[in-house]
Design a protein around this ligand. Sequence first.
Ligand SMILES: NC(=O)c1ccc[n+]([C@@H]2O[C@H](COP(=O)([O-])OP(=O)(O)OC[C@H]3O[C@@H](n4cnc5c(N)ncnc54)[C@H](O)[C@@H]3O)[C@@H](O)[C@H]2O)c1
Ligand SMILES: [Zn+2]
Length: 272
Amino acid sequence: MQTNIEQAKKIIQEADAILITAGSGMGVDSGLPDFRGTAGFWKAYPVIKNLGYSFSEMANPAWFHKDPELAWAFYGHRLNLYRETTPHDGFYMLLDLVKEKNEDYFIYTSNVDGQFQKAGFDEEKILEIHGTIHHFQCTCSKHGIWSAKDEKVEVDMQKFKALNIPKCIECGGTARPNIMMFGDWDWLAKRSDKQEALYNRWIKNIANKKLAIIEIGAGVAIPSVRMKGERISKQHPNATLIRINPRDFEVYLEKDISIPLGGLEGIKQILN
Ligand SMILES: NC(=O)c1ccc[n+]([C@@H]2O[C@H](COP(=O)([O-])OP(=O)(O)OC[C@H]3O[C@@H](n4cnc5c(N)ncnc54)[C@H](O)[C@@H]3O)[C@@H](O)[C@H]2O)c1
Ligand SMILES: [Zn+2]
């Protein structure tokens, strides 16, 4: 492992640009749960275990129509949890790194928790491919997307019911987070599309630069984040993927680097 760490350090030192790709494992060292498998999900939500729903069943937009109090118990609790969470030191070490690289960076994440923004990364340099919990939209999908900063959701965790249901600012219908859920035809992609346009422009501009892709805590169940880094590394002769993950740490290209550690420890090791 020491060799991998040394290699990663060198790649990062020599890089002109940094792409940080992150899945829910990035939040684990800040105290947030990942949802690794149904067992992992139920460990984070014993109440949902009693109901017998998997993550994909729970993260389904149909609940906002069938049982908004249950839907908002799940998302309201997560909204409150992410609001209360302080990003771990790894976020700030990465922030220092991208400052050293003249802010030539982008964040590509499936996380909906807003922790990169909270740590001070530039809003214009973050692509949230699955949306965010910190913005809401209408369940009918016909109205806009708005910031949730003035919204409060109270949850009775014993009964697993929301005590209030956020409403659409235009029609008064049930609101929902602007998160892409499972079997979701109503998710409004406008905000993520704008982020994606900025990301596409950036990745095109750095085509001839040395790129270090630092991936932290991206899972295998929905591998969009992993595949993004793997593909760029494969297509881009000057790119190297550094994969930090305590369990799913394998890499497939000779040039890519595996760091089988947790997020905070892995970041510390490669940036020290
Ligand atoms: N915080 C969030 O925003 C959040 C949380 C859970 C799920 N989700 C959503 O659920 C889906 C699940 O995707 P996923 O692949 O991110 O999660 P996942 O739960 O499937 O996988 C988590 C990954 O993190 C790794 N991990 C565990 N502990 C770690 C640590 N201390 N440091 C670094 N890595 C660690 C695991 O080995 C695993 O590979 C996504 O669509 C995502 O939008 C989001
Ligand atoms: Zn509406």
